[in-house]
Structure formats: structure tokens, C-alpha cells
Ligand binder design. Structure first.
Ligand code: FES
Ligand code: FES
Length: 160
């Protein structure tokens, strides 16, 4: 059975015909063609498929597309302003927090959601916010540094 749903995808009202058991990751990657949303475990464990649903990070492999009907979904493609990276993206780049990059879209979106509600998080709060995003490459130290750098910049501290 097919359902017609409407998602505000990266700020744009977008209609999709989705199948009954289809998960949001498939709608995003295969129907919308947004490949920044990565499939890792496909079982809600790794966070590679993280998107923001009404501003909250969720695993898109674990949500039925019909559950996103009428809601806002932001993927990594929705963060930059044309060629200008979002401050969190820029901080990940500048801090050298990216190795293979597979986990990074999910990390960046989780970090953005954190900073949107808590502009000056503690180290523990950063770790907690990113605890659902696994990285096999970096050891997390530079990722934490990137989130702190983004927080400083977004709070107007330029010389760190
Ligand atoms: S692919 Fe969704 S949590 Fe791993
Ligand atoms: S940078 Fe490779 S998995 Fe995180």
C-alpha cells in the first residue's frame, strides 16, 4: 500500500509517495536523492543516518516515513547557505575532525541540535549529545574540539 505524505524537507514542502513499511532514510536517500544521510547499521545503533525531525536528532533508519508526515526534516544538505558552510560544519573542517567522513553528517546534525538549545555546553553535555553517533576513525577528541570551536564562534568569540 502506498501513502502520500508531505515533509518540509530542508525548508521546502515536498510530497512523496511512500510504501507502508518504508523508513525515512530510504525516502531521503532514494526518493529525494540526498545521499549525505548515511546508512550504517540500519538498526538504530550508529547514528550515521541522523536527521533533525522538528529540530530533534533522530535515527532515520528507525522511523517510518509516514511518521514524518507534516513535519520538518533537516538533512546535512540543508545546513549550508549556498557555498557557505554552517558554523558547525566549518568548525569540524577547521578542527580536523573529519577522517573517512561517514559519521560526520550525523555528528554535525547532533551537534547543531545541541548548540541550538544549549549554546555553551560542558564537555559532558557534548559527549552526551553525541553519544548516539559512533565514529570508527577519530577517537572523538577532535570531534569534541570541533563542537567547542563551533560554540565559541556561534557565541561571537572569534580568537580561539
Ligand atoms: S544506520 Fe541508522 S542508526 Fe545506524
Ligand atoms: S570519521 Fe570515519 S567514521 Fe567517523
Amino acid at each position: 500500500m502506498e501513502y502520500k505524505i508531505k515533509i518540509f524537507l530542508n525548508g521546502k514542502e515536498t510530497m512523496f509517495n511512500v510504501s507502508e513499511g518504508e523508513t525515512l532514510i530510504d525516502t531521503i536517500r532514494e526518493r529525494a536523492g540526498l545521499k549525505g544521510c548515511k546508512r550504517g547499521c540500519d538498526s538504530g545503533e550508529c547514528g550515521a543516518c541522523t536527521v533533525l525531525l522538528d529540530g530533534v536528532p533522530i535515527n532515520s533508519c528507525s522511523l517510518l516515513s509516514v511518521q514524518a508526515d507534516g513535519r520538518s526534516v533537516v538533512t546535512i544538505e540543508g545546513l549550508s547557505n549556498g557555498a557557505k558552510l554552517h558554523p558547525v560544519q566549518q568548525a569540524f573542517y577547521d578542527a580536523g575532525a573529519v577522517q573517512c567522513g561517514y559519521c560526520i553528517p550525523g555528528m554535525v546534525l547532533s551537534a547543531k541540535a545541541l548548540l541550538d538549545k544549549n549554546p555553551s555546553p560542558s564537555d559532558g553535555e557534548i559527549r552526551k549529545a553525541l553519544s548516539g553517533n559512533l565514529c570508527r576513525c577519530t577517537g572523538y577528541t577532535k570531534i569534541e574540539a570541533a563542537v567547542k570551536l563551533a560554540a565559541k564562534r556561534m557565541n561571537g568569540v572569534q580568537n580561539e
